[in-house]
Design a protein. Structure first.
Length: 205
């Protein structure tokens, strides 16, 4: 749908998309601190009361944005060509992980502490946690299928996909912060080194 097209009265799903689009723009321009319900309402062209019809507060808006990004990553993981090799698969995923981290950054750690560690358990929190777990399961399945297509197997350990995810977040953080560039290592060389190192770390010898 064209974002410039006015949302029809009564189109609840489109209104929700308008609110989330405005929230995403705010998060990108002003960070989590700028994600106020009033600012979201202004960006979406609705009243603050309308925003509260869809979300209980800024934290619920944040959770919905996080879940949407994770859903996109999950879809990508499910559809990636399994003949790319493990490192190649990780390189395909990394741009979206980088964007997730660029947008949510340190706030993602707050989300992890509150949601994944068994804290706040309202409906939005439960949904975003479920999407994250589905993403991890999809990542593990994709990694194993990709390794199998290459005649290899991966280590059999429940922590494996979580370690891979955390490793990708670490690479994403470096790409966002430009740490490797300060050491005169190009982003391309960093990504190649990191994804190949992750592959070596999870292939069963």
């Amino acid at each position: 749908m064209d974002p410039t097209t006015p949302t029809a009265w009564g189109d609840a799903e489109a209104r929700r998309r308008d609110i989330l689009r405005a929230a995403s723009n705010l998060l990108e321009s002003s960070g989590y601190a700028g994600l106020t319900m009033r600012a979201v309402a202004e960006g979406a062209g609705v009243s603050a009361g309308t925003v509260y019809q869809y979300f209980d507060g800024k934290e619920d808006v944040f959770l919905a944005l996080m879940a949407a990004r994770l859903e996109n990553i999950c879809t990508t993981v499910d559809t990636i060509d399994r003949t790319l090799g493990v490192a190649g698969l990780l390189r395909e995923i990394l741009p979206q992980v980088r964007e997730l981290w660029r947008l949510f950054g340190r706030s993602a750690q707050q989300w992890e502490a509150k949601v994944l560690a068994g804290g706040r358990q309202g409906r939005p929190a439960t949904m975003s946690a479920a999407v994250f777990r589905r993403t991890i399961r999809s990542l593990e399945r994709a990694l194993r299928e990709t390794a199998a297509a290459d005649g290899r197997t991966l280590v059999d350990h429940p922590a494996m996909p979580h370690w891979v995810w955390d490793s990708l977040i670490g690479v994403a953080d470096d790409l966002v912060q430009g740490g490797s560039r300060q050491a005169r290592v190009s982003a391309e060389r960093l990504v190649t080194f990191a994804t190949e190192a992750i592959e070596r770390g999870i292939v069963d010898s």
